[in-house]
Design a protein around this ligand. Structure first.
Ligand SMILES: [Zn+2]
Ligand SMILES: [Zn+2]
Length: 274
């Protein structure tokens, strides 16, 4: 194996999601779009790319993976997963299931707890829904996930570095899950999350609220009654039901506080005009 310096690892962590997103944008989204492509990129795009580089690529999931490994090296990990042979594969499956269940529960909490929804609604505000949506998360969320999901699984499972590495690599699949493509697994939607299935989760129609929370495995949706596959030919308008979306990078960065900021700005303008 080629030895990697810390700088090379950092560059790889930043470049991989950029590369995956660029690939998806210039192949599947161009050849096989599910809806009209995004008209033009403006301030929000800057925020999206900023969030991608600093929030997603640098912090998550690399930060989460590092957190797990740090917890493990400090003696955490109630169950030690096998490092070799057939046991490694079983451990890999157990790790994926544990992480996916933790992601699932966190995602459900994001839709139920107002403070978490105030942040997560930025991800849902995209009316275009394409691979850039995968990186549209409030900047604080990777940190919150690190001290909840990744920490909890790190305390539960002591996984080999290779297992955590495979999980981090597979997590880039979310750029495909969010892609503007007609890819849909139809009656096999319960096996693996995909663009058609996840687009329904982003629907602005009330009838689609609280369905399809899955990160990788929709089996958790099936078990909790939140499973709703896309119907053949069904069109979905994504975005928030209120129509709210950020128009500048600043609005995206201050997303949960936008109400307070808007009220303060209105008050300031009112005072200045008197
Ligand atoms: Zn959601
Ligand atoms: Zn999403």
């Amino acid at each position: 194996m080629i030895p990697l310096t810390p700088i090379m690892r950092l560059a790889l962590t930043v470049l991989t999601p950029l590369l995956v997103m660029t690939l998806v944008r210039h192949t599947a989204e161009r050849l096989w779009p599910a809806h009209l492509k995004r008209q033009r990129l403006h301030g929000v795009a800057l925020a999206v790319w900023g969030a991608l580089i600093f929030g997603q690529a640098l912090a998550a999931p690399a930060l989460g993976g590092v957190a797990t490994l740090v917890v493990n090296s400090l003696g955490g990990g109630l169950v030690r997963l096998p490092e070799h042979g057939i046991g490694w594969w079983a451990g890999l499956a157990a790790y994926f299931l544990a992480m996916d269940l933790a992601e699932y529960l966190f995602h459900r909490a994001q839709h139920r707890i107002p403070l978490l929804w105030a942040m997560h609604s930025l991800h849902h505000s995209d009316r275009a829904f394409d691979s850039t949506t995968a990186a549209r998360h409030f900047w604080l969320e990777p940190g919150i996930k690190t001290v909840t999901i990744w920490l909890a699984v790190g305390v539960l499972l002591k996984a080999p570095v290779s297992v955590v590495g495979v999980y981090v690599a597979v997590s880039y699949y979310h750029y495909i899950v969010h892609s503007n493509t007609q890819l849909d697994f139809g009656r096999w939607s319960w096996v693996l999350n995909g663009p058609g299935y996840h687009r329904l989760h982003h629907s602005s129609a009330e009838e689609h609220f609280n369905v399809n929370f899955a990160s990788l495995f929709p089996i958790f949706d099936v078990l909790s009654g939140a499973y709703r596959p896309l119907r053949p030919g069904e069109r979905v308008q994504t975005g928030l039901d209120t129509g709210e979306e950020p128009h500048t990078a600043g609005e995206a960065l201050a997303w949960p506080f936008r109400g307070v900021l808007q009220r303060t700005a209105r008050r300031t303008r009112a005072l200045a005009s008197t």
